[in-house]
Every structure is written in structure tokens, then in C-alpha cells.
Design a protein around this ligand. Structure first.
Ligand SMILES: [Zn+2]
Length: 593
């Protein structure tokens, strides 16, 4: 039913267009290497890129080298351009050559060395996934690129391998049908008419979703076209088209009903959110939550596990607040053996003995969903006790720390706040594991009134923007697109992560402190100096009192600029209001089920 109108809303936007400098992944590791000839070496990086390096001969020339490795002396222009090199070749130069440009037999030799279990069969090339240090192996896109010359052919490979997901695991056997193979691997394909678009959504393995699965997996309220390729493999500079209905409201045209409603909500929430002013943070209660923990390591890239590193940042943050302010700090979890010790080292050993500090405690070695739910029950209990003691509601802050697992080109910090549309009605957990805990028994059901949700959105946005500003002002990275978001969008569903959704603390944020999928962010996280710097920025920002009017005005201004700039790229058409109303209704229903 969406087919014809949907076409009109398809809009074009170049989303990932970051400087080429981001393409360099100096920290990515080699997981396999091969010396095909004394002058030609190939390696497979942990990002599943095959890098081929040729050492020129003494007195070599570009044309001779090109002829040797590609079979065509004229390709020297392409090779020199690929290396950003001039006309003169010296024997000291290390020349990188794209795999697809090499002579067929060289391609085959390289692949045979990097993937020794591969081979040609009657039906096609049989590729055994090598896998790296993480869970996921090379993507179907990588495989399509190597064996068919074009990543876009991943879909045909997928249909030839029923049951195969877009990601692979070590040891998976993938058949690349003979009719798709390039000549190098026994086929005849040589096409070059690559389509120019792909559809993109966020990474499929978002740690937020994994940790907040709570049974609200109702059918997607919106029809969504399938993802054309796993987003973690989209090359930088690749044009991506996004259906208008998937765009965040602030990127839609000014008269789009979703944007109008969104801005009305923001104004209402900003009006309700009266910021607390507290000299030296006196009377402020901060609840810190380090995501995952115990056996749940969260996102993991190249041995950098989300749980250990965000726990370290949390401990640093706790120490800074306690040393330099009058605020009181509570945490939701604790390492049973090391407590809140800040380790004086760059790389961290994995830590897996975290407990949730409920009464009694809950060891995070069992069910991660229970762990997540107990965190907000605990936070709500701390909040209620503080309010009872006379602490103003605005002086309690909840901060959950996570690290993202997104496209390797994206960097920086991003904050999720509880969008008021997604925080409605009442919710409760039952069952022995919950009711055994005092914090659950004292109030098993959580309820948010509309006013509370609006207030929470305003207060949380204010703090999130302040944190993002503080990070940016010191030259640290924040997410390039919308660093403050009021929901997570995945597979056509929008939601707020459970740990801030069922939470009663009015000012509550889930911070993705960096993108572990990015090699630079990852390398930085592996330094104690950076973790300390981040923690001190979070503290600095968090409780600086700025008049809300100013920050609100600044954010409206920002959104308007985005709208105008974007109008040049989008064939934007406003959605009829009934679509919006139906979509809202679906949301309410999906929550009620
Ligand atoms: Zn996480």
C-alpha cells in the first residue's frame, strides 16, 4: 500500500560525506597476511579490507610496474592517483593497488593465501569466512567486492545462500555462484554500471537495543524497505537515500506535520523544565550507570569491550564529582573485586564481576535484561528517597554511559534523552527475580504523567546539549549528525532505551561516549588521558546553570539552518496529516500490546 506514494517521499541526500582523512584507519589490525611474490604483499585488516602493497624495482617506472601487476601499462595513471603520487616512481615508495585492478592470477593467489580454505567448485567459488577478532566475519558486501568485483552484488550472493544473514560468522561457508564470479575466480563477469544509491539505517547490532530488549517487540508500525547493505560497510562518500518518513522530524521540511509537532513538544518541554541552580552542586544527587557489565561486555571491537571502558569512565567521573563538588554520587553497579578503583593504565583488562546494587545485589552473570530493568528500579528508588529527604526533583540526575558500535567513519559522543512521546502510561515487571528485591517491591509499577514526560524531555535535552557543547568546545568529537536524540530508530521502530524510559529521574541521559566501531575513537578510549578528559568534560558541562531560553533559542536556530541547507538536496513533500496520525496511533498501539 505504500508503494506509489512512497516513491514521492524518497529523497536524496549525501549523508556520509566525511573528509577522506577519516578513511585512514591507522589502528586497524592485520588478521592475515600473504607474500605472493617478493615484491607483492597482501594483508587482510580487521576491517576486512584487502590491502595490496607492491615494492617497486630499482629504477622502476610507473608504466612498468602497472604492466607487471595489472597487465596494462596504461593503468599507471589510476595506480598513481590511488596513491596520490606524482609522475616519478622511486624504489622507496610502497605502492598500494586495489585488489580488483590486479591481474586475475594475482587476485586468485592473494585470495588463496589469505583464505586457504577457499576453492572453486562446480557451482561456484566456495568461500570460508575467516573472521577476525570480533564476533562478526567479513560482510557479504566485502565478499561480493572481492569475488564479483562489485559490492552491490551481495544481494545475489545472499539469495544463493538461503538463511545467510547480512553478517557472517567465522567458519560460515558462502557460495558465490559461477555466473557472478569475475574472470580471476573462474567466471566471466566484468560489469561496471554500479547503482549509485543504497538505503541506510543504523547499525543492526546497536548495544542499546541489545541491552534494553524488554518484550516490546510489537510489529513495526511503519513499512520499511529492507536494508540494502550492512551500514557498517558503507564506504565514506557513498550517496545514501532515505525515505522521508524515516528522517528525524528536525530534518524534514518546516511545514511537515511531524516537525511541527516535534517543535511544539520541545517548546512545551522547555517551558516546563526549570533548571536547578546549585552553587558547588550542593544538594545535587547524581546517579551514575555504567552500561552492561558482568558477562555482558556490550559492544566489542578489537578487544576493546564497552563494559570495561565505560565502567572506567564512570569511576573517573564519580571521583571527579566527589572531589570537586558538593554533589552526592550513587552508582547502579559496582565491581565486586575492584570496587570503584581507577586503574592507572591505558589498556584495561576485561572486568566481569559487576553487580547491580539492589537489595539484595544482582550479579550480572545471568540475564542482561533483568540487569537493565533492575538498574532503573534502583534509580527510581534512589530518586524517591532523595525527594523524601527534601531534595528538589530537578537536582537529581541520572547518567547512563555506553559506547556505540556504528559505521567505522562515524565518531564521537551522542546522547539519548527520553522523548516524551515514547514515555507514556504505566509499566511493571513481575516474577521472583524482581520481587526478591526491595527496590522493586517498594513500587513495582512505574507511571509517567504527560507533564512529567514533557518536563523530563526538556530537562534532559538541556543537560545533553550542555554536555555536547562542553565536549565540542574542547575539540573532542561529538557525533556529526544530531548528537542529541530523543529516540532510537531501528527496523522501523522508534523507542527510548529502557534504562531511561522507565526511569523516574526527571533529568536522565544515556550517553554513547564514543563509537567503538571507529579506529580513532577506539584508540583514544584505550588511553587513560582521554578517558579522564571525557569524564572531566561531562562533569564540567553537567551542572553549569545556563538560562534555558538561551539554549532553547540556539537549538531552534540550529534546526532551521539544517532545514534550509537540506532543502537543496531533498525532493521534499509534506506528508498528509492523516499519515502522521495513523503512525502516531500505531505507536500507541504497539506500546499497548
Ligand atoms: Zn551499550
Amino acid at each position: 500500500m505504500y508503494n506509489s506514494p512512497v516513491r514521492k517521499w524518497w529523497v536524496w541526500a549525501v549523508v556520509v560525506h566525511l573528509p577522506a582523512i577519516l578513511l585512514a584507519e591507522p589502528f586497524s589490525k592485520t588478521i592475515a597476511a600473504a607474500s605472493v611474490t617478493p615484491e607483492l604483499r597482501a594483508s587482510l585488516s580487521s576491517d576486512y579490507l584487502i590491502d595490496v602493497v607492491v615494492t617497486p624495482h630499482e629504477g622502476d617506472a610507473w608504466t612498468r610496474l602497472a604492466k607487471r601487476v595489472t597487465g596494462d601499462a596504461e593503468r599507471w595513471h589510476d595506480i598513481a592517483a590511488f596513491n596520490k603520487a606524482g609522475d616519478n616512481l622511486t624504489s622507496e615508495q610502497r605502492v598500494h593497488v586495489p585488489l580488483s585492478m590486479l591481474r586475475g592470477e594475482l587476485q586468485k593467489q592473494i585470495v588463496a593465501s589469505l583464505f586457504p580454505r577457499d576453492g572453486l567448485t562446480d557451482r561456484g567459488w566456495r568461500h570460508v569466512v575467516a573472521g577476525g577478532t570480533g564476533i562478526e566475519g567479513e560482510s557479504l558486501w566485502n565478499i561480493a567486492e572481492w569475488f564479483t568485483g562489485r559490492g552491490e552484488r551481495y544481494a545475489a550472493i545472499r539469495s544463493a545462500n538461503p538463511g545467510q544473514g547480512l553478517s557472517t560468522r567465522t567458519g560460515d561457508v558462502i557460495l558465490i555462484p559461477r555466473e557472478l564470479l569475475t574472470a580471476a575466480f573462474g567466471g566471466e563477469v566484468e560489469g561496471r554500471n554500479a547503482p549509485k544509491t543504497a538505503q541506510a539505517r543504523k547499525s543492526e547490532d546497536d548495544p542499546v537495543e541489545r541491552s534494553s530488549a524488554d518484550g516490546h517487540d510489537a510489529d513495526a508500525p511503519v513499512e520499511v524497505r529492507s536494508t540494502a547493505r550492512p551500514v557498517a560497510r558503507i564506504p565514506v562518500g557513498y550517496p545514501v537515500r532515505i525515505p522521508m518518513e524515516l528522517l528525524l522530524p528536525e530534518y524534514r521540511p518546516a511545514d511537515d506535520p511531524a516537525r511541527v509537532a516535534d517543535e511544539a513538544t520541545k517548546r512545551a518541554s522547555a517551558k516546563l523544565a526549570k533548571r536547578a541552580r546549585a552553587r558547588g552542586l550542593a544538594g545535587v544527587r547524581v546517579i551514575l550507570d555504567a552500561g552492561h557489565g558482568g558477562r555482558d561486555v556490550g559492544a566489542i571491537h578489537d578487544g576493546v569491550s564497552e563494559s570495561s571502558y565505560v565502567y572506567d569512565v564512570m569511576c573517573r567521573l564519580k571521583r571527579i564529582i566527589e572531589k570537586r563538588s558538593a554533589a552526592a554520587v550513587s552508582t547502579t553497579t559496582k565491581s565486586a573485586s575492584d570496587g570503584y578503583d581507577v586503574v592507572d593504565s591505558d589498556a584495561l583488562d576485561p572486568q566481569d564481576d559487576h553487580v547491580v546494587l539492589t537489595t539484595p545485589r544482582y550479579a550480572l552473570d545471568d540475564d542482561t535484561t533483568v540487569g537493565v530493568n533492575l538498574r532503573w528500579y534502583l534509580a527510581n528508588s534512589i530518586f524517591r528517597r532523595a525527594v523524601k529527604r527534601g531534595v528538589p526533583r530537578e537536582k537529581v540526575v541520572f547518567l547512563s554511559l555506553h559506547a556505540d558500535s556504528l559505521h567505522p567513519a562515524l565518531r564521537g559522543t551522542m546522547a539519548y534523552i527520553p522523548g516524551s512521546d515514547y514515555v507514556t502510561g504505566s509499566y511493571e515487571k513481575s516474577g521472583g527475580v524482581y520481587l526478591a528485591r526491595a527496590e522493586v517491591r517498594e513500587a513495582p509499577t512505574v507511571r509517567h504523567t504527560e507533564k512529567e514526560s514533557l518536563t523530563a524531555e526538556g530537562l534532559s535535552r538541556d543537560l545533553a546539549e550542555s554536555i555536547v557543547d562542553a565536549i565540542e568546545s574542547k575539540g573532542l568529537q561529538v557525533h556529526a549528525f544530531n548528537p542529541v536524540r530523543d529516540n532510537v530508530v531501528r527496523n522501523g521502530r522508534e523507542w527510548v532505551p529502557a534504562v531511561i524510559r522507565y526511569n523516574l529521574v526527571p533529568t536522565r541521559i544515556l550517553l554513547e561516549i564514543c563509537n567503538l566501531g571507529n579506529a580513532r575513537d577506539r584508540a583514544l578510549m584505550k588511553t587513560k588521558a582521554y578517558r579522564q578528559k571525557l569524564a572531566s568534560r561531562f562533569t564540567r558541562a553537567s551542572w553549569r546553570s545556563t538560562p534555558i531560553a538561551r539554549s532553547a533559542a540556539r537549538s531552534w536556530q540550529h534546526r532551521d539552518n539544517v532545514g534550509r541547507a537540506s532543502a537543496r538536496h531533498w525532493r521534499a513533500e509534506a506528508r498528509p496529516p492523516w499519515k502522521h496520525i495513523i503512525r502516531r496511533a500505531c505507536h500507541v498501539l504497539s506500546k499497548a500490546i
